[in-house]
Design a binder for this molecule. Structure first.
Ligand SMILES: Nc1ncnc2c1ncn2[C@@H]1O[C@H](COP(=O)(O)OP(=O)(O)OP(=O)(O)O)[C@@H](O)[C@H]1O
Length: 245
């Protein structure tokens, strides 16, 4: 069973169609790339997954549980890092996590071991008493990831997580997420418009103009289009879709 299953999801902002009959599955324990240019519909999908927006048409199943019918049970399995950071820059790393835990009704005693575990998993123990403002962009992202994983979800949604990072930090974050997948069996949805963040055997969903153009491994997509790299394959697919729209 797929960790996440999107079935015939359509979504509009007034007259503007953002997602049009979108269906795909997300593989368990892998980094799944959601690849698309600006305006493709990636953030709208993340907002639907996390129930920031309500489903208009179709359904999303999280570990087999319908987001439409059993939203609480489905949401429990998801951790989300949104494009815009919501960390409090003047609180320490630890305080940010403790505040989040308290907001979600966890007692300080229950939260302490969870915070400790996440600080360890994200290699942030040494930074826990630093104010977030003092951290570099890569470490700030890790704090957000730690926060998203505090309630021990099995699926982590990352919306353009590497945006704004320098190339070395981008690569380090991508590697870090891959380690989380491999060692902790966490399922990751990684939205991006950058091909170099995608490995050949990653499951990829190509989204363009609110539609799914392809969903298979990166190498499968490359082979299917007859190109030699994902960049060219992607350009070919989006130009063809643009021409036939
Ligand atoms: N609040 C909104 N009101 C009206 N239209 C919107 C709104 N949010 C998004 N859209 C439109 O919906 C479409 C999908 O946008 P979305 O933000 O999901 O794309 P994206 O792939 O995440 O792009 P980006 O990388 O720029 O965030 C775009 O055409 C966008 O202009």
């Amino acid at each position: 069973m797929n960790a996440l299953q999107v079935d015939q999801v359509s979504f509009s902002f007034g007259d503007k169609v953002a997602l049009d009959q979108v269906s795909f599955g997300i593989e368990t324990g892998r980094l799944n790339a959601l690849l698309g240019p600006n305006g493709a519909g990636k953030s709208t999908l993340i907002a639907l997954f996390s129930r920031l927006y309500r489903l208009q048409q179709g359904d999303i199943r999280v570990g087999g549980v319908s987001l439409r019918r059993q939203p609480r049970q489905a949401l429990r399995q998801l951790g989300v890092v949104f494009q815009q950071s919501t960390l409090d820059l003047d609180l320490s790393v630890h305080q940010n996590l403790a505040y989040h835990a308290a907001l979600h009704g966890l007692s300080a005693r229950a939260a302490a071991p969870l915070i400790e575990q996440e600080l360890m998993r994200q290699s942030l123990l040494a930074h826990q008493h630093q104010r977030v403002r003092e951290l570099n962009g890569g470490h700030r992202r890790r704090v957000e990831i730690a926060r998203a994983l505090l309630h021990q979800p099995s699926i982590l949604l990352l919306d353009e997580a590497s945006a704004g990072l320098d190339p070395a930090s981008r690569l380090a974050l991508n590697q870090h997420i891959r380690t989380l997948c491999a060692e902790q069996r966490i399922t990751v949805v990684w939205t991006t418009h950058l091909m170099d963040e995608i490995a050949l055997n990653d499951p990829v969903v190509v989204l363009h103009g609110g539609r799914v153009l392809a969903a298979s491994s990166a190498e499968g997509i490359i082979a299917k289009t007859g190109h030699t790299n994902l960049n060219d394959a992607f350009r070919y697919m989006t130009q063809t879709a643009g021409a036939s729209a």
